[in-house]
Design a protein around this ligand. Structure first.
Ligand code: MTE
Length: 358
């Protein structure tokens, strides 16, 4: 297992300094919008330093008119704002059994924000797609080395045409009403609502329309499900849609509560339609009761929920929350194991102590 030291820096829990990997504290998830300074950061490589005066986005490949758009060109195109959460595929990896390699995300690899920008579709339409277009490759300006790979790589991911042309797949230049910060991809990033965060490419530099499947490292060898006993070299399923999931944002583990009524709070989401139910157990999963679930303003943002708990006797309690989405997907007690611990959506458990006030 790799070693990581975790510390809270400002409003983020830092797992790795360089490249920066840092998590959103659970208590900060207790609101509709995660402020940029508390929004998790997952970088594979150092943050590129970009000069906006000569920055440009190129659109090439299977298009009628290759383009180069600068920041002002993009700002002049019709814009759209979407609320969407991003979750890192490795989020909650630290709770996977048996333990796995990689950055030991506890639960901080998720945040929800308002993103404004131009639909990727609008830019592709300006360039004019050729009938040979099969995938859209999104390439960041960052680069570096990855373990086991020869030479330097840039961070790049492709989208199938239906996802690239989806009206809600955005080229975002704003987060929560302000220009993106360098950590979150300034000047331009992709936001792919409903998918794990890896395809939301930051510091977007190039869009290449391909006539063949992309086989880059991060797409075909990193963000893929490798099940137990999988053969080396066999094709692997890539990580895409977010699994249904919920977190308890209050109380936090280890909290001491005074006996009485308490409001347990949390958030829930799914990439496969809205969450239809959140249940809470205060007795280690023996009994479950429905929580009050709020709607969210956007189908891609998280939904908040609350549960009124009469904690009338002192003792140790294990609180759990379990979400179900409209398709009927339910959080499992134990997620299916895969080599990198991706997409772990097992039920969040929070141990607390209740004491009498005397
Ligand atoms: N884009 C680039 N260019 N480089 C990266 O390392 N990391 C990806 C994605 N986009 C990454 C990237 C991953 S794995 C995730 S989970 C999200 O960005 C995280 O976005 P955030 O750091 O703004 O939270």
């Amino acid at each position: 297992m790799s070693k990581v030291t975790s510390r809270v820096s400002g409003e983020l829990t830092v797992l790795n300094e360089d490249p920066l990997v840092a998590g959103t504290p659970l208590s900060t998830m207790d609101s509709e919008e995660t402020p940029a300074r508390s929004f998790f950061v997952r970088n594979h490589f150092p943050i590129p330093s970009l000069d906006i005066s000569n920055w440009g986005l190129s659109v090439t490949g299977e298009v009628e008119r290759p383009l180069r758009l600068n920041y002002d060109d993009l700002k002049r195109l019709p814009s759209k704002e979407i609320g969407a959460l991003l979750e890192c595929a490795g989020n909650s990896r630290a709770t996977v059994q048996p333990p796995i390699e990689g950055l030991l995300w506890d639960h901080g690899g998720v945040g929800s924000a308002r993103w404004a920008g131009v639909p990727l579709r609008a830019v592709l339409e300006r360039a004019g797609l050729l009938t040979t277009a099969k995938e859209v490759l999104l390439e960041g300006a960052d680069h570096g080395k990855e373990r086991g790979e020869a030479g330097e790589l840039s961070f790049a991911m492709s989208l199938p045409m239906d996802k690239a042309l989806h009206p809600d797949t955005l080229l975002a230049y704003e987060m929560n009403g302000e220009a993106l910060s360098p950590e979150h991809g300034y000047p331009l990033r992709v936001v792919v609502p409903g998918w794990y965060g890896m395809t939301s490419v930051k510091w977007l530099a190039n869009i290449k329309v391909l006539d063949h499947p992309f086989d880059g490292f991060h797409q075909t060898r990193y963000y893929v499900y490798v099940e137990e006993g999988a053969e080396n070299g066999s094709p692997k399923e890539r990580v895409t849609s977010l699994q249904v999931k919920s977190f308890i944002t209050w109380p936090d583990r280890g909290h001491l509560l005074v006996a009485g009524r308490h409001q347990i709070r949390g958030v829930a989401w799914s990439g496969r339609g809205p969450v239809s139910k959140v249940e809470v157990s205060t007795d280690d999963g023996r009994t479950w009761l429905d929580a009050n679930l709020e709607d969210s303003k956007s189908p891609y943002a998280w939904q908040r929920w609350g549960f009124s708990w009469e904690a009338d006797r002192p003792g140790y309690f294990l609180l759990r929350a379990r979400a179900t989405d409209r398709e009927g997907n339910v959080q499992p007690a134990k997620a299916q194991w895969n080599y990198r611990g991706f997409a772990n959506n097992s039920i969040h458990a929070v141990p607390v102590e209740v004491r009498s006030d005397r």
